[in-house]
Design a protein. Structure first.
Length: 140
């Protein structure tokens, strides 16, 4: 097991709860051919739960294997169901926490859709960071 300590509380008390030996490194990549998809880079997923704080993480995670770029896509905003859900969540967050006229930073903003919702609904300004962001994508 790669991770011997919990990344949050540093406890060594970890219990393995699920292992998948060969999982695609990226689940949001569209390949041009079936053969390319079948040849996708794979890695082990080993979920462990910290016995002290309850945090669940992939103990086999290898961050150096994650290379975001134009090949990666996770635009959920194409779904009407997702758009309705995201709007409800944004409205609730804005109302509950009084997020009006603020500056918002979203790390891992994807295509920027949710950040744009928060900005538009609350008259906020936002800055998003995402290594896979495409300025010509769906959330632009």
């Amino acid at each position: 097991m790669k991770s011997l300590r919990c990344p949050l509380c540093r406890s060594r008390e970890q219990n393995e709860i699920f292992t998948w030996e060969s999982m695609p490194v990226f689940c949001n990549v569209l390949y041009k051919t079936r053969e390319e998809a079948l040849g996708a880079e794979r890695a082990c997923v080993r979920l462990v739960c910290c016995g002290r704080c309850g945090f669940i993480h992939n103990a086999a995670f290898e961050p150096e294997r994650i290379r975001y770029g134009p090949h990666y896509g996770n635009p959920l905003s194409a779904s009407a169901h997702f758009r309705q859900y995201a709007t409800r969540v944004a409205e609730e967050l804005i109302r509950k926490y009084g997020i009006y006229g603020r500056e918002i930073v979203e790390v891992g903003c994807g295509d920027g859709y949710f950040l744009k919702l928060l900005c538009g609904l609350g008259r906020n300004q936002g800055i998003g960071f995402d290594p896979g962001y495409n300025p010509r994508g769906a959330g632009s």
